[in-house]
Structure formats: C-alpha cells, structure tokens
Design a protein around this ligand. Structure first.
Ligand code: NAD
Ligand code: UDP
Ligand code: UDP
Length: 343
C-alpha cells in the first residue's frame, strides 16, 4: 500500500500513518540512518532540496554534525542522536538505511559492534518498516563479492568471502543484512531495495579514515608522500558521491528490489590513482610503498548493466572530473586542523 505518488494518502496500513494536513501533494517523511556521515549527508541535501521531510538517526561514530549544520534551521529537518542497535519508534514513508562505518580502519576498530550495527541495526529498521509500511533501502556493498573470482562483478555473482578474517565483520555483516532484507520482503511483504555500492569519494569524507582516495588527497595537500599498499597493482573503481546519491534515489523510487550494483566502471590500479591525484592536485606529489592489509581484494569493477537498464541510471562524473571537486573541502578542513594545533 505504498504509493510513490505524492497525491496519495494511502500508506502504512492506515493505523500508524501520519494524518495528512491540508489538501494537495504530500511531502514524504524520510528517515536516513547514518545521515551525518559522508554519503548520508549528501543524500539528505538532495532529499531536503526536493522538498521532503528528513529525519536523520546517527550515533556520530564516524559522522559529524558539521556535515548537516547548514540544515539545522530548516523546519523540514530533524537530527536524532540514536544508535540503530536499539529499537526506535517513528512514523515514516521511506527508510534509507546507511548507518554503519564504511572505511576498513573504522569497521575493524570494534568488529563486534560493526556486526551488531549490521545485523541488529538492520533488523530494527526492517521491524520499523514492517510496522509502518515504509519502503526500506539497504546500502550494501561491493564487499559482499569478497576477493572476486568473477570480473567485472555482476549481481548474480555470489562472492568469495573469508568468513573468519579481519574484514568479515563488515563483509559478512552486510551479507546478513541483505539476507534479512530479503526475508522481511518475502515473509512480511516489506518493500525493500538493495544497493551494492562500490568505492565512493567526494567532499565530507573523514580526513583520516584510511580509505585510499581520502588518504592520497589529504597526504598530497599536506605535502606527505601517498602511501601505496602492497605493490599498488590491485584495482578499484571510484564513483563520485553525487552519482551514487542519484542512483540511491532512483532505486528507492523504482519498482525493482535489486540487488543493484551502484558504481563507476572506470577501473584503476592504486598506482594509476596516485598518478591521477598527482596530475590534478600537485605534480610534485610523491609515493611510498607500505605493507598491504589482510584479505585485500585484488580487483573490483562493477558490471552496471542492470542499473542502466532497469533504473535508467549511470554515473556521469569521471575520476579526473570528480577529484578536483573534493580538494577545496579537504584543503579547508586541513587548514582548520592545523590552525587548531597552532601550526
Ligand atoms: P560513514 O562512516 O561516513 O557514515 C556512516 C554513518 O553511520 C556515520 O554518520 C556514523 O556515525 C553512522 N553510524 C555508524 N554506526 C551507527 C550506529 N550503530 N547507529 C547509528 N549511526 C551509526 O560512511 P559512508 O561512506 O557515508 O557509508 C554510508 C553507507 O554506505 C554505509 O552503510 C556503508 O557500508 C555503505 N557503503 C559505502 C561505500 C563508500 O565507498 N563510501 C561503499 C560501499 C558501501
Ligand atoms: N522495531 C523497532 N521499531 C519499530 C518496530 C520494530 O525498532 O517501530 C524493532 C523491534 O524492537 C525488533 C525488530 O525491530 O527488535 C524487529 O521487529 P519485528 O516486529 O519484525 O520482530 P519482533 O519484534 O517480533 O522480534
Ligand atoms: N590503499 C592504499 N593506500 C592507502 C589506503 C588504501 O594503497 O593509503 C589500497 C588498499 O590496499 C586497497 C585500496 O587502496 O587495495 C582501496 O582501499 P580502501 O580502504 O579505500 O577501500 P576498500 O578496500 O574497502 O575497497
């Protein structure tokens, strides 16, 4: 009984839904868990920009109020400090479920908490979706493919994941979250959507979250060498954040459950990425080699034919066009940090 039409007041089984005020097109009320984080805050900007009401739930583990401060005076915006591992009661039309640390450094910091966030957090949000008849979108990850034996990866590939390794809390946590979403869909009729997101970059990434793009850009601005792990020949495909946000909204508004790969198929080795950073940010930048981390996937590249065909979505911004767009945000924050330290 969800209707994407904003004219419809028929939602949530009737009993728990909000009473519509006035006549005419109705705003959607949307929860974004993890909305104070990197991707979440850009998504919130888009939803507020198109006129919806947005409630962010975040425990500020890796998210920051600074990412949302420009919305604090907007009456259509609310921010709740809450951990999704605990239940919560709200009346909403849609749930974008992003809450979960995404960088390896953060998700390995407390692996048990990462699993609880993925499993109990997702369970609570699906329970909420079931109770109020809301549509639920899970932000899963390309990590469900593990160290893939199929290249590029299609959604039909089941993956090659180590269940007992250092990355398992995240990889297996997200795989379980996908399972939960499908079981609520099949068993309780919850309208779910599953996105498998590939490496994404842009303004508002944490400066020191250990991800390769944020590391290389911050290191170059600080005039430090870029740290290339292993031999630097491993590959990733990098997507600019606005392309991802467009894909998430297209998925939520469409009729297909998924899973859908959302990523930019442009594939780069870490050495090639370092060259691009050098080219677009500072030609004098240098690199240094460091040992790689355990279970690092050797290659990753999305096959996005399914999203192209069914969601009419594809990324628009290449790495060379996207990287310069995050530089001024990184420069400003690094400058503020240095001033704070009295440098
Ligand atoms: P992020 O770390 O910037 O944001 C995650 C947000 O979730 C933060 O604001 C954090 O405080 C919040 N959070 C974490 N645990 C929570 C909890 N228990 N309760 C409430 N809030 C909690 O990461 P991001 O890059 O914005 O990623 C957002 C989502 O997208 C994540 O689910 C991530 O797994 C997924 N994803 C991201 C990428 C990427 O490259 N950025 C790739 C694949 C998947
Ligand atoms: N839940 C929640 N908010 C709600 C409805 C449910 O946080 O509005 C939580 C609930 O506390 C439970 C989980 O979601 O831990 C799953 O709920 P469901 O009703 O599916 O299962 P049950 O409560 O029967 O275990
Ligand atoms: N990486 C690197 N230098 C860094 C950080 C990461 O060479 O300073 C490599 C890492 O070994 C991996 C790739 O970059 O092969 C992507 O790592 P990231 O943590 O950004 O994302 P993920 O491993 O989750 O794809």
């Amino acid at each position: 009984n969800y209707s994407p039409s904003r004219m419809s007041f028929n939602y949530g089984g009737g009993k728990t839904g909000r009473v519509p005020v006035g006549i005419g097109p109705r705003r959607l009320r949307i929860v974004v868990t993890g909305g104070a984080g990197f991707v979440g805050s850009h998504l919130v900007d888009k939803l507020i920009g198109r006129g919806d009401e947005v409630i962010v739930i975040d425990n500020f583990f890796t998210g920051r109020k600074e990412n949302l401060v420009h919305l604090f005076s907007n009456p259509r915006f609310e921010l709740i400090r809450h951990d999704v591992v605990e239940p919560i009661l709200l009346e909403v039309d849609q749930i974008y479920h992003l809450a979960c640390p995404a960088s390896p450094v953060h998700y390995k910091y407390n692996p048990v908490k990462t699993i609880k966030t993925n499993v109990m957090g997702t369970l609570n949000m699906l329970g909420l979706a079931k109770r109020v008849g809301a549509r639920f979108l899970l932000t899963s990850t390309s990590e469900v493919y593990g160290d893939p034996l199929e290249h590029p990866q299609k959604e039909t590939y089941w993956g090659n994941v180590n269940p007992i390794g250092e990355r398992s809390c995240y990889d297996e946590g997200k795989r379980t979250a996908e399972t939960l979403a499908m079981d609520y869909h099949r068993g309780a009729g919850v309208e779910v959507r599953i996105a498998r997101i590939f490496n994404t970059y842009g303004p508002r990434m944490c400066l020191d979250d250990g991800r390769v793009v944020s590391n290389f850009v911050a290191q170059t601005i600080r005039k430090h060498p870029m740290t290339v792990y292993g031999d630097g020949k491993q590959t990733r495909s990098f997507q600019y954040v606005s392309d991802l946000v467009d894909g998430l909204v297209a998925l939520m508004e469409n009729d297909h459950v998924g899973p859908f790969n959302l990523g930019n198929p442009g594939e780069f080795t870490m050495l090639e990425l370092a060259e691009v950073v050098k080219e677009v940010i500072d030609p004098s930048a240098t690199i240094e080699f460091k040992p790689n981390t355990a279970d690092d996937p050797h290659k990753r590249k999305p096959d996005i034919s399914k999203a192209k065909e069914l969601l009419n979505w594809e990324p628009k911004i290449s790495l060379r066009d996207g990287l310069p767009r995050m530089v001024s945000d990184f420069r400003n924050r690094i400058l503020n940090e240095d001033e704070g330290k009295g440098l």
